[in-house]
Ligand binder design. Structure first.
Ligand SMILES: [Zn+2]
Length: 427
């Protein structure tokens, strides 16, 4: 109770507009497709006019492309505008930032996997609306954000920082692991008593589940939701997590700059937050327009993921009319380099996935390529006679163009950062 009070006070101070936005989103959750699209169009028009008036970068861009936001009549017209990338956001950072005098702004910083970091301002409404969208997702599972929750983030935290973080966590009714030794994981698992949700990197959630299952630890938990972010979820993760907690890991999709794009519903479909973002698909690649991003407008942004959208007539049995992203199929431009051909980076994942659906063999792995035509696959499980099938499956897709070295019984996780399924230093 005390925690909920703290939480409410904290939110009231940091995100004063949040509760109004959440009330709205809980209502629009039940809207028809037509209502959603009409709202999205109005919001987009207003946003484009705002960007044109207050951001020097977009003023120049719109003029260059002879694009007039005042004449915006159809979402299709967005296609007249160029796309932007993370490089654009870094290079033209100052010019993209809008000149509008916001009452309150937050500093956001993201670091990409490729090294460059991006800093920008988030106005309070943007931040609050984005949080509201996340909390709406929680509500689908009967979770209140102030409920006790376990948090698994991949860093071994410095002890000086740890004290401050522990205090902040307490305010949010949150507990976490500070180092990934078995004893700590055990304590964390015991702490789950009374917790309503668990969130963080899927590979970390998997590690906790594994320990719970192997040690026979009996936890009378009351978890309603387990949320994974930032990583792909292997089938074997789901099996282990289900065995430990009786729930599967659900996915949340988005980034700091694009905002929350989609949240998985209890029927297992990732619904786009249509009220906040416009998702386009171009040659399989996702383009996002973040309608909340007034302080730092993000229009037709190449987030870098390959996605698969559900058919226009697809309807989810949960009843929500928000469009669905069926799959996120890896990163754009990541390639496996064979002796004579190139293959999409996601192909090994597909082979391993088939192995699970067709042969009932679940493997956790990481593939690494440092030399053309050779890929090392590190596998967590021990060899139990399935190597032959894996080799046969790999051959089916890659013929003899790639030599695979398979290493079984390997520890995959360094517990420092998220686990990539494919790491390459060439190409
Ligand atoms: Zn649904």
């Amino acid at each position: 109770m005390v925690n909920k009070l703290f939480y409410t006070l904290g939110i009231w101070k940091r995100n004063p507009s949040l509760s109004n936005h959440l009330t709205f989103l809980l209502k629009s959750d039940a809207w028809s497709k037509e209502e959603l699209l009409e709202y999205q169009f109005q919001k987009c028009k207003e946003f484009l006019e705002f960007a044109y008036t207050h951001s020097a970068f977009y003023q120049t861009t719109f003029d260059d492309y002879n694009f007039k936001p005042s004449e915006f009549k159809d979402l299709k017209q967005l296609k007249e505008l160029p796309t932007i990338s993370k490089m654009t956001l870094i290079r033209y950072n100052r010019l993209i930032h809008s000149k509008y005098p916001f009452k309150k702004k937050f500093q956001a910083l993201t670091s990409g996997t490729t090294g460059e970091s991006l800093a920008f301002h988030k106005n309070e409404e943007w931040d609050s609306q984005n949080r509201a969208a996340m909390f709406r997702g929680y509500s689908w599972y009967g979770v209140h954000p102030a409920d006790k929750n376990g948090y698994l983030w991949g860093y071994n935290i410095d002890s000086k920082l740890a004290l401050r973080i522990k205090w902040l966590d307490r305010l949010q009714n949150r507990f976490r692991i500070f180092s990934y030794c078995p004893e700590e994981i055990k304590n964390f698992a015991k702490n789950l008593k009374g917790a309503k949700y668990l969130h963080g990197y899927s590979s970390m959630i998997y590690e906790v589940a594994k320990l719970v299952n192997r040690s026979g630890l009996k936890i009378d938990h009351d978890l309603k939701m387990i949320k994974g972010t930032s990583e792909m979820v292997f089938d074997s993760y789901q099996e282990e997590v289900k065995a430990a907690f009786g729930l599967k890991i659900l996915s949340e999709y988005g980034s700091a700059e694009s905002g929350l794009i989609a949240f998985e519903c209890p029927e297992g479909n990732m619904h786009i937050a249509t009220e906040h973002v416009i998702v386009e698909e171009e040659d399989g690649e996702i383009l996002v327009t973040n309608l909340l991003s007034k302080s730092f407008p993000i229009i037709r942004y190449r987030l870098g993921d390959i996605i698969e959208l559900a058919d226009k007539n697809f309807s989810c049995s949960c009843g929500r009319a928000h469009p669905v992203i069926l799959n996120i199929n890896g990163r754009v431009g990541v390639k496996i380099i064979g002796k004579t051909e190139e293959f999409p980076g996601r192909m090994i994942y597909n082979v391993i996935k088939n192995l699970s659906t067709e042969h009932g063999i679940s493997l956790n792995y990481q593939a690494r390529q440092h030399i053309q035509g050779i890929v090392d696959i590190y596998i967590e499980q021990t060899e139990d006679g399935s190597q032959y099938i894996l080799e046969k499956e790999l051959k089916k897709y890659f013929k003899n163009d790639i030599d695979f070295n398979l290493y079984y019984g390997k520890d995959l996780h360094n517990m420092e950062e998220k686990l990539n399924d494919f790491v390459t230093t060439i190409g």
